[in-house]
Design a protein around this ligand. Structure first.
Ligand code: GDP
Ligand code: CA
Length: 345
């Protein structure tokens, strides 16, 4: 067992009067937003307590290792270990393990398994096999990375998103592949016919998740993927109800700018679930809290200013501001605009 105690607590935990911000996050989009949010408060007298509920439906078992891409992206990004250019994985990464596995002809060979990253997966897998839940393992990994937030997986249960694609060799004409295979091996270049989060219906929120939503002063949906990142978090039974019931306002930021995703494959997956790749259409998909949905407020990019009225017609307060996370200052300004829109700044 690694000599780590799974008892990580957030900085400023339970300091009276501290603003509690809960962010539901995917990988790269969510992590970059979080870095901007922390940047906004750097050196301030009133540093908030930030809890991150991260998507775990991208997780995959590979070569005997449990890999949690979104948790690791948040942890490495906020802990200073991320490869900035790639947006995921470790800085100064090498790929000997991947090359050696390929030399043995061991499948799959398409996944970006870096040597430094493997150490994280080894520690995680060892702890899981010793009986620790993923939430405790994540806390232990964070004792090294000190991300400056309390990082929680959405659930300790196994959930894996699969994507249904066409396959003429199958009697049904279709087959399901793991989300990682759809994205990494296939480059999201074949049509996604359906998105199936296997295990989601039976999952339970990880310890602390519902409390973090209920007891927050504000809940933020960063510009993460609405289908495979935030869609799966919202699909964990109990999380939608907690969002409906919390006294905190819920504000989101659009990952769709001028009718397209900024990076990734949100367009393809929105199409698979019948939602237009449009900033207001995504807001309507989340829905107004007053109308059974999850949003009180929504930011769209300034290029989508003409879409504000459409989101507002759905009962969601909306504003158009620059929404490109080009650097920490620009991202901090986005975070500030989100907090201002719901009167939390
Ligand atoms: P993933 O798990 O690594 O795919 O990351 P997330 O789900 O957290 O975020 C992916 C989403 O972030 C994509 O749909 C992108 O469109 C969005 N995104 C990435 N960079 C930006 C940006 O600079 N501005 C906005 N508004 N969205 C962005
Ligand atoms: Ca992801």
């Amino acid at each position: 067992m690694p000599n780590t105690t799974p008892s990580y607590t957030s900085p400023d935990a339970s300091v009276p009067g501290t603003t509690r911000i809960t962010v539901l996050s995917g990988g790269v989009g969510g992590a970059r937003f979080l870095r901007g949010l922390l940047h906004l408060f750097r050196g301030a007298a009133d540093v908030p307590e930030v809890t991150v509920v991260a998507n775990t439906a991208d997780d995959i078992w590979m070569h005997g290792l449990k890999i949690c891409p979104d948790l690791d992206t948040v942890m490495y990004t906020l802990g200073g270990g991320i490869d900035q250019e790639r947006g995921w994985g470790r800085t100064a990464e090498t790929w000997s393990v991947k090359e050696e596995l390929a030399a043995y002809g061991v499948e799959p060979t398409w996944f970006g398994l870096g040597d430094r990253d493997v150490a994280t997966h080894l520690v995680r897998t060892e702890m899981l096999e010793a009986g620790y839940p993923l939430s405790a393992v994540t806390a232990a990994l964070c004792t090294r990375w000190k991300p400056g937030v309390r990082l929680l997986p959405m659930t300790d249960d196994r959930v894996e998103t699969h994507v249904v694609i066409d396959d003429a060799d199958q009697p049904s004409g279709q087959r399901a592949v793991h989300f990682q295979e759809y994205w990494v091996r296939l480059g999201a270049e074949v049509p996604a016919r359906a998105v199936v989060p296997v295990g989601l219906d039976a999952a339970t929120p990880a310890p602390g998740v519902l409390e973090a939503i209920r007891e927050a002063d504000v809940v933020v949906l960063p510009p993460s993927n609405p289908v495979v990142s935030l869609g799966t978090i919202l699909g964990v039974p109990g999380i939608r109800d907690a969002l409906a019931a919390t006294e905190a306002p819920v504000v989101g930021l659009s990952p769709i700018v001028a009718g397209a995703h900024v990076r990734g494959m949100a367009e393809q997956l929105l199409d698979a679930i019948g939602v237009q790749a449009d900033a207001a259409a995504v807001a309507r998909h989340y829905g107004a809290r007053g109308d059974g949905g999850v949003l009180d407020a929504w930011l769209v990019d300034e290029r989508d200013a003409a879409r504000v009225a459409d989101a507002e017609a759905a009962g969601i307060a909306c504003r158009a501001v620059p929404l490109m996370m080009t650097d920490d200052d620009a991202t901090a300004a986005m975070a500030a605009a989100a907090l201002e829109l719901v009167g939390r700044r």
